[in-house]
Design a protein. Structure first.
Length: 260
């Protein structure tokens, strides 16, 4: 069964790409592979102006697979996610994430690679990785570009969840939608701002506005991935946090100064 649904709208100028593995819409390797294939196809459709990234079910995404964070798979997972984020930043379309419910971890990082975020009231954004004794490398480089270092640190270091209104106040969310009106709000935003514009101009303008995110992805993210794989994953707490989550128990952290 496909984990992704693609549909064209508004005279073929808008494409909706929906994560379709509810309720969690986990961004596992299979989901990332499906997204990569879809984006490769969409690059070759000059009639398109806008991509809407959305989801089925009550939540946008619970994030990347925790199983795929374990040592034997995490290197592959991080590389695939970086490649997918690069695909979004290379896409010659305006990209809009339409978010409802929980948007967590790797799902949140995927949203951060979109040009705009429109969120329904009741949506929640969080990087909960620190609670598992790891951290989100992509969010750690993309969030400061979008909302500044201090606000980014709040999300990455505390694992706190922001509501749609908090994210809007921080400048991360461009519009909030009343409950049940997310699709209507997104469609109106597109009609007002992008359908009247030159498709060629939009293709070049998105390249210009994404330059800071491109630099963060290509220059800073590989460094953080090395820290994650070579340093963090050598710590006993990282494996303990992941296993505790999978085993549905409280973690037992290593004490400072003691060798596990």
């Amino acid at each position: 069964m496909s984990k992704l649904k693609v549909a064209f709208d508004q005279d073929g100028e808008v494409v909706r790409v929906a994560l379709a593995a509810p309720k969690a819409n986990v961004l596992d390797l299979a989901m990332m592979e499906a997204l990569n294939a879809a984006l490769q196809d969409l690059k070759n459709r000059p009639e398109l102006r806008v991509l809407i990234l959305t989801s089925e079910g009550p939540h946008f995404s619970f994030g990347a697979s925790v199983q795929e964070h374990l040592p034997e798979k995490v290197g592959t997972m991080l590389a695939r996610l970086r490649g997918l984020l690069g695909q979004f930043l290379d896409l010659p379309l305006v990209t809009i994430a339409a978010v409802h419910g929980q948007c967590l971890g790797g799902g949140f990082e995927l949203v951060l690679a979109c040009d705009f975020i429109i969120a329904e009231e009741g949506a929640a954004f969080a990087c909960p990785e620190i609670k598992l004794a790891v951290f989100p490398p992509a969010a750690a480089v993309l969030l400061p570009v979008r909302i500044g270092a201090s606000r980014a640190a709040e999300l990455v270091l505390t694992g706190a969840a922001w509501t749609a209104s908090q994210a809007a106040a921080a400048g991360l969310v461009v519009r909030t939608a009343p409950a049940g009106q997310l699709e209507t709000t997104v469609d109106a935003w597109i009609r007002d701002h992008f359908r009247p514009r030159s498709a060629a101009a939009l293709r070049h303008a998105v390249r210009a506005t994404r330059l800071p995110l491109q630099r963060a992805l290509h220059e800073d993210l590989p460094q953080l991935e090395r820290i994650y794989l070579e340093d963090l994953m050598a710590e006993p707490d990282a494996l303990e946090g992941l296993r505790a989550f999978l085993e549905k128990r409280l973690p037992s952290w290593a004490k400072r100064g003691m060798v596990a």
